[in-house]
Design a protein around this ligand. Structure first.
Ligand SMILES: NC(=O)c1ccc[n+]([C@@H]2O[C@H](COP(=O)([O-])OP(=O)(O)OC[C@H]3O[C@@H](n4cnc5c(N)ncnc54)[C@H](OP(=O)(O)O)[C@@H]3O)[C@@H](O)[C@H]2O)c1
Length: 293
């Protein structure tokens, strides 16, 4: 266990994409001392007695709760396990952090993305309608977090970046498929608003520091199809792996008959933009402008 410094912010899921980005952002900004990265190897958050002991011992000053069973197929095949990880852990953490600021990560998939004539652009008050077990657990967890006006719920979209524990981000999954010689199928009529995990992380810290509770949307400013996103990831990957073949096929939801999918869950992020006084980044510009990571 790392040295106990009371008053540090717990970042759960620090071994994952967004939690790791939160730790990186804190380190880069020179406030590593404020951060307590929580990884599964040290504590399984479903071990509630251990969680309570650790919380009492360390007395954190806030919580950024990124830990989750975040893969939809894994939730679909084990709904009870998904509820334990995504709902019960969140509920217990929210109870423990009752007097502290807390930010909980939720998802754009709480929406079904099917509004008639919609071009996405969901706002915080729009009706949710989860289409998967993963999304259902997030809606249930949100209900627990909402009980405390000091706590914030952040719904985000596809996050781009590097996962310390393996290919978890969508860009990493695409790269892994191409390196394995596969052709990827990407919908031209399914829309998301991707954002770099580091950009999300900076805003998660700013939101925590603002002390504001409530629901917030946090995503890139561009509405992009899965196919467009694939093209951008390929363009980016070509810089470091110029010889890698990156075949992709354009598909359509019109001919799709698998598990339910949400066609357009793009988010209106004007509430968080106004609070932080900073626009959401355009994914294309961010990707083309970055030099590392
Ligand atoms: N990445 C996205 O595009 C995206 C989009 C929308 C919403 N979100 C949400 O944002 C949050 C962070 O996502 P992410 O992409 O960073 O997820 P991730 O890469 O899957 O990381 C989640 C981390 O939580 C850990 N964890 C899960 N259950 C745990 C437990 N019981 N005890 C301790 N650690 C546990 C995982 O450890 P193991 O690997 O050992 O399981 C993993 O390191 C999640 O709530 C996710 O649902 C993410």
């Amino acid at each position: 266990m790392s040295e106990v410094i009371p008053g540090r912010v717990w970042v759960t899921g620090a071994g994952g994409l967004i939690g790791h980005a939160c730790v990186e952002v804190a380190r880069a900004a020179g406030f590593s001392d404020r951060v307590r990265p929580m990884v599964r190897a040290e504590i399984d958050l479903t071990d509630f007695p251990a969680l309570e002991r650790l919380f009492a011992h360390e007395r954190p000053s806030g919580v950024i709760h990124c830990a989750a069973r975040s893969r939809s197929p894994a939730c679909q095949t084990d709904p009870a396990g998904a509820r334990l990880q995504n709902v019960e852990v969140t509920r217990r953490l929210a109870e423990l952090a009752a007097d502290l600021p807390m930010v909980f990560l939720s998802t754009d998939l709480v929406f079904d993305g099917r509004r008639d004539g919609s071009k996405g652009g969901y706002r915080e008050g729009d009706a949710v309608n989860p289409l998967s077990v993963y999304a259902e657990t997030k809606v249930e967890a949100e209900a627990w977090v909402r009980r405390n006006p000091r706590h914030a719920i952040v719904r985000t979209s596809l996050n781009f970046g590097r996962s310390p524990s393996g290919p978890g981000a969508f860009n990493e999954e695409l790269a892994a498929a191409w390196r394995a010689g596969r052709v990827v199928d990407l919908f031209v009529d399914e829309f998301r608003c991707p954002i770099a995990a580091l950009e999300s992380a900076r805003r998660l810290w700013a939101l925590l520091d603002s002390g504001q509770g409530g629901v917030f949307h946090l995503a890139g400013s561009e509405r992009l199809s899965r196919y467009d996103i694939g093209q951008l990831v390929a363009e980016d990957l070509r810089r470091s792996e110029p010889d890698l073949a990156m075949p992709m096929r354009a598909g359509s939801l019109a001919g799709y008959s698998g598990a339910p999918r949400a066609p357009d869950t793009t988010l209106d992020c004007s509430k968080l933009t106004a609070l932080l006084g900073e626009p959401m980044p355009a994914f294309t510009l961010w990707l083309r402008g970055r030099t590392t990571g």
